[in-house]
Design a binder for this molecule. Structure first.
Ligand code: GLA
Length: 378
């Protein structure tokens, strides 16, 4: 695209701790990373939407009046935000859209949320819609629900938009109030190991976990009408009202309640720069996700096993929705190279798969790119 009207960049995200808590109105602790999606847009005179993805090296064309989800297709993440605008009465024209970037796809780093956020930011700029950040986040989340079919929480979009260099975001998903927590890692770094698998059941199991949590809440609510979500539920309430009904639902809910408590303590650890204690909590989260919430998989568990009892790894856990994607590891900087060699070798030996790794830095959130030519390949 030679002369775009607007270019926006939006980062991928990691999550330090607080997994599967966002849609239960709990807490999360994500951060934006130095991997980005770039979207360049030109207005058209007609009603055509002409998209091009450099990653897939593919064009996709449709019309504004024919907007519909294309099952599993990359175009959903751009197109999905448009119906939200149209429904609200905003008028938009046809568009040429170029999507580029370096967030690995399917790695659990929320490349899809980054595309959605970049798209809505760019449209906001282009058509001067005056949307607030929270309105844009909600629109991006709706796009994921309605076009991608995953009933995700708000974490990924919030992290992409509100990211701040060298800080994690402690977000209360009930009130949407947030606090930046400094990520002072001293001589440690965050290293992601990518399983390079994404099992099919990821989105169906995700939606099922959501329902199980809602079921738990409904059983507690029969006795405690004030309870709205798992945020209001305690372990004794679960013991009394949920355990007698269903052991699986009990375990799901228990994990979420414990994870919220772990997260609040992990923020304290970060404030006190106690990385040892933070690391232990990350590892406890993995146990919970693997055994109680059951969203891990053999490949993720293997990556955790391979770094266990290694004094250079303070903590490690699967990250994101689960059933594939990455683990996040808090690793002593001068031990990274050796660790990567060991993990890659053993992972390949035991699974026949390559495992990629990323040493990530924490970056700023979604922004308009003033100097286009530097970021766009074509
Ligand atoms: C996915 C979803 C998020 C969140 C995580 C699990 O990334 O998009 O909303 O629920 O899984 O913590």
């Amino acid at each position: 695209m030679s002369d775009p009207d607007v270019v926006v960049q939006s980062p991928g995200r990691i999550n330090i701790i607080g997994e599967h808590t966002d849609y239960n109105e709990g807490f999360v602790l994500p951060a934006a990373i130095d991997k980005f999606v770039y979207i360049a847009i030109q207005k058209r005179e007609d009603q055509k939407l002409c998209l091009y993805s450099t990653e897939f090296n593919q064009h996709f064309e449709t019309e504004l009046e024919n907007l519909s989800s294309q099952k599993g297709h990359w175009s959903n993440y751009v197109l999905g935000v448009l119906p939200q605008l149209i429904k609200t009465g905003y008028s938009v024209s046809g568009l040429n859209v170029l999507i580029d970037g370096d967030i690995p796809i399917g790695a659990g780093l929320s490349s899809s949320a980054a595309v959605e956020c970049a798209a809505i930011f760019a449209l906001n700029e282009l058509f001067q819609l005056d949307l607030t950040k929270i309105e844009m986040i909600r629109i991006a989340q709706k796009a994921e629900h309605e076009f991608a079919g995953v009933l995700c929480g708000i974490m990924d979009m919030f992290a992409s938009v509100y990211g701040k260099k060298d800080y994690a975001i402690c977000l209360d998903c009930r009130s949407l109030s947030y606090q930046y927590i400094p990520m002072t890692l001293h001589d440690h770094k965050l290293v992601l190991f990518n399983t390079n698998v994404k099992h099919n059941l990821a989105s169906s199991a995700y939606n099922e976990r959501r329902q199980q949590c809602e079921q738990g809440v409904a059983w507690v609510k029969e006795h405690r009408p004030g309870v709205q979500t798992l945020r209001d539920v305690t372990i004794p309430m679960l013991d009394q009202y949920v355990l007698p009904k269903d052991e699986v639902v009990y375990r799901r809910c228990k994990y979420v309640i414990e994870e919220n408590m772990r997260l609040l303590m992990a923020c304290e650890d970060l404030n006190q720069k106690n990385l040892l204690s933070l690391g232990r909590k990350m590892s406890a989260t993995h146990e919970g996700l693997s055994k109680d919430y059951e969203v891990s998989c053999a490949e993720l568990d293997l990556l955790i096993q391979l770094v266990k009892n290694n004094s250079n790894v303070l903590g490690a856990r699967m990250m994101g929705g689960g059933f594939g994607g990455c683990t996040i590891n808090l690793v002593k900087e001068n031990a990274i190279e050796q660790l990567v060699n060991k993990v890659s070798k053993n992972y390949l030996k035991q699974t026949g798969l390559e495992c990629s790794h990323y040493v990530v830095s924490i970056a700023n959130g979604t922004s308009v790119v003033e100097n286009h030519s530097e970021v766009l390949q074509s």
